[in-house]
Design a protein around this ligand. Structure first.
Ligand code: PLP
Ligand code: COI
Length: 354
């Protein structure tokens, strides 16, 4: 595929990498490509970062036809930049597109676009400990009409942001509240797709949790409000006695790439890992009788994020004395070690940029 590159005349100053938050600063360029049913994907281009203009009737503004991805470029000690399992993001984006009736992007084209964009912006990849260049591919429906139907026109873009840690707590344990009112997603809905609407629906619970002093909520399933699903915008895992448990992918859970990597690392090291239904009653029992040894969220932004306190129906339970557990720390060290090129990647997950 041909990608036109128009470089900016006025590159911005790079930020001090010790003060990076999450997703507030953007690089000099962005990728854009247009789709129509007649022409397919066309006009792939990397252009100076800037505002885009949309027709006020544009589908995304009314009916939420939007999907996105999130992955990072990491600066290795030798100065080279690498991605982590990018093909998984490409495939998940196409699965999300299928669910939202947005167009597919050929896997090879999507990889070429990502690689070309990152190679143009790679100087923006920070090098301080724990920092990276967060990449945000996204696609939206762009018909100039108020009719409700699968779109005929769409736009695909990638923007990039140098980032530090996602939670202000960094790798320190966070407090989580079990949410028994709102649900994030339902089976048959869009939970397994990474679409903007899922996040819009989750904000109210997140906001209420924050007001009560919690970082995020633990979601229960939308049918029985009984089974654990995810934590905030991350997958969740527990160590209960000798078993590592993570909710199985029932359709309302996003199939996280970090989740998949954690499972592969742990299974490869002989841990018992089960993807199964885990009810809030079973979790409550494990909290009360002390068999819940560790709990953590996992996702690209935070990698792994230990849970130090869980609150359910007003009762607070401390996990592992509010400290990061052994397995959680081990996963953090292993995944970040591979991502930043500090330890050998025996899985073939890293993808160096030329
Ligand atoms: N669950 C939700 C709802 C998410 O938004 C994310 C983040 O992308 C994840 C889980 C974790 O997925 P991944 O590990 O692929 O980043
Ligand atoms: C993640 O990477 O874990 C996320 O959930 C990203 C978030 C900003 C949507």
């Amino acid at each position: 595929m041909e990608i036109k590159i128009v470089k900016t005349d006025c590159p911005k100053e790079k930020p001090d990498s010790s003060t990076l938050g999450f997703g507030k600063i953007f690089t000099d360029h962005m990728f854009i490509m247009d789709y129509s049913r007649e022409q397919g994907w066309h006009d792939a281009r990397i252009v100076p970062f800037g505002y885009i203009s949309l027709h006020p009737a544009s589908t995304v503004l009314h009916y939420g036809s939007e999907i996105f991805e999130g992955l990072k470029a990491y600066r290795r000690a030798d100065g080279k930049v690498q991605l982590f399992r990018p093909i998984e993001n490409v495939r998940r984006m196409n699965n999300s597109a299928e669910r939202l009736c947005l167009p597919q992007i050929d896997e090879k084209d999507a990889m070429q676009i990502l690689e070309t964009f990152v190679s143009v912006e790679q100087d923006w990849t920070p090098s301080a400990e724990g920092t990276s260049l967060y990449l945000r591919p996204f696609m939206f429906g762009n018909d100039e009409s108020l009719g409700v139907h699968a779109v005929h026109n769409a736009t695909y873009m990638i923007i990039a942001s140098p980032v530090g840690s996602y939670y202000k707590e960094g790798i320190n344990p966070v407090k989580i509240m079990i949410e028994d009112e709102d649900v994030r997603a339902v089976r048959g809905g869009t939970g397994y797709a990474k679409c903007g609407g899922n996040y819009a629906a989750s904000n109210r619970a997140g906001e209420r949790a924050e007001q009560k002093g919690y970082s995020q909520v633990l979601w229960l399933d939308g049918v029985e409000r009984r089974y654990i699903e995810e934590v905030g915008a991350m997958n969740v895992m527990f160590k209960i006695g000798g078993e590592i448990v993570t909710p199985k992918l029932t359709g309302s859970i996003l199939p996280g790439i970090t989740r998949k990597s954690c499972i592969e690392v742990l299974k490869g090291e002989g841990y018992t890992v089960n993807e199964r239904l885990l009810s809030v009653d079973e979790l409550g029992e494990a909290l009360k009788n002390g068999t819940l040894e560790e709990a953590w969220g996992c996702g690209t932004a935070a990698v792994v994020s230990p849970i130090g306190e869980l609150c359910y129906k007003g009762v607070k339970y401390t996990i592992n004395n509010g400290e990061i557990g052994k397995v959680t720390q081990h996963l953090y060290d292993t995944l970040t070690g591979i991502q930043w090129g500090k330890i050998e990647d025996k899985y073939g997950w890293t993808y160096p940029i030329k």
